[in-house]
Design a protein around this ligand. Structure first.
Ligand code: APR
Ligand code: PHB
Length: 389
């Protein structure tokens, strides 16, 4: 079997890349280790930067996103009894779109099927090989049968726990990591959103976030201990704790209901350098992780995919390989800025176990500065809506 590009991982990164290449006549095969149903059952964040929305539009797959996605021109930061509303459109010239990332993946799978793109699900023992040679290949097993996929290039889009990153020898690879001393307990409920915009809250009891998916589907998070388990948190305990961390007038009027999903996620910052080795390129979570504060996970993956697809298209269609050669450097330059923003927002809004009263005063001073300084708001807004590609 042969393809120009072998894509490992059928999450949003792999699918976006596959479809961008296909639109330019470059054939890519996607190898996914799970079933499609499993991939589409994962609940992820729901804030899209304009860059990703434009990619979806260019692919002709944004009809549902354009009708169901909600334009958010700003957000609210709440701290103690104070609040500041940050206007993205005023300060950064564009809004963000609230639309579930799982829905992005669903739309991309629908497109992949319409365009007859080849995807192998439930692949086992996926091994990229000979990545330093001119003829790399990927071996895998599906339903007991062994396959060998020959290709020109391999795209490692297989997430944080995938095999691709591990193919870069340890003496070449540097990994930068920060683990935060708390997690996020998230609840999805079929209730109207508590507020028309997202509310990020720094409270004495810890961080909370009110987010949403549509007019009758809400997503909420509270900072929790890393040792907490979902079973410890009844719906009632969750709602009680959330209400104590958000502005009183929002808590008083919010509609609660049974959770339809509840999970705990740890918070991590992680970057692997370089993002390419021989004929393999890493995209998305395979190369980097951000804490969810600011919702940059999928958006930063989309930037990688944009750079890599451009590099591959210029290589195949214009005989220009400079984009491919410079991929890692270009993607990392943008990524470190996104890491900085996610780290900064996490530090600004959470309670750390070892935080002193001085540290808390620093957080409060920074939030007050945001409330009164338009330049500070502009810096936040430009990062939140997404740095240019
Ligand atoms: N072989 C094949 N597929 C694999 C392998 C493997 N060895 N290991 C993992 N995968 C698959 C996973 O099952 C998953 O479907 O790769 C896919 C990776 O998808 P994500 O983890 O969603 O990563 P990515 O596509 O980079 O998404 C980037 O989008 O939805 C957000 O939170 C998500 O921040 C992430 C971002
Ligand atoms: C979400 O809607 O799940 C969400 C929104 C914003 C974030 C993180 C998660 O910063």
């Amino acid at each position: 079997m042969r393809a120009q590009v072998a894509i490992i991982g059928g999450g949003p990164s792999g699918l976006l890349l596959a479809q961008l290449l296909m639109a330019q006549g470059i054939d890519a095969v996607v190898l996914e280790c799970q079933t499609k149903e499993h991939v589409l059952s994962r609940i992820r964040a729901g804030v899209l930067e304009q860059g990703l929305v434009e990619i979806m539009r260019n692919l002709g797959v944004a009809d549902r996103l354009d009708t169901e996605g909600m334009i958010h021109n700003g957000t609210v930061l709440s701290y103690d009894n104070d609040q500041v509303r940050l206007d993205f459109t005023e300060h950064a010239g564009k809004p963000v779109i609230v639309y579930g990332q799982t829905e992005v993946t669903r739309d991309l799978y629908d497109l992949r099927e319409q365009t007859s793109g080849q995807t192998f699900f439930e692949c086992e023992e996926v091994h990229p090989q000979d990545l330093k040679s001119d003829a790399p290949f990927v071996t895998f097993r599906q339903y007991g049968k062994d396959f060998r996929l020959e290709c020109d290039y391999v795209a490692g889009c297989d997430g944080f726990h995938g095999v691709s990153r591990q193919c870069i020898p340890e003496n070449v690879r540097t990994e930068y990591e920060k683990i935060y001393p708390f997690g996020w307990l998230g609840v999805l409920s079929e209730t109207p959103p508590a507020h028309h915009e997202l509310i990020y809250s720094n409270s004495a009891r810890g961080f909370a976030l009110c987010s949403q998916r549509n007019s009758n589907l809400s997503r909420y998070y509270i900072q929790c201990d890393l040792t907490d388990s979902v079973d410890q948190w009844s719906d009632e305990a969750f709602w009680d704790e959330l209400k104590r961390r958000i502005p009183e007038e929002v808590a008083d009027t919010m509609v609660t209901g049974p959770s339809v999903e509840k999970s705990i996620a740890p918070l991590r910052s992680f970057v692997c350098e370089p993002m390419q080795w021989g004929r393999m390129f890493l995209c998305g979570d395979a190369a980097h992780i951000v804490p969810p504060t600011g919702a940059k996970g999928l958006n930063s993956a989309a930037a990688d995919v944009h750079y890599l697809s451009e590099g591959l298209i210029n290589h195949y269609n214009n005989n220009d390989s400079r984009g491919l050669e410079g991929y890692s450097q270009k993607a990392l330059e943008r990524m470190w800025k996104t890491e900085r923003f996610s780290w900064w927002m996490t530090n600004l809004l959470h309670r750390f176990p070892d935080q002193s009263t001085f540290d808390q005063k620093m957080q409060r001073a920074e939030l007050e500065f945001l409330a009164e300084n338009q330049l500070a708001v502009a810096v936040l807004a430009q990062n939140y809506v997404g740095l240019p590609y």
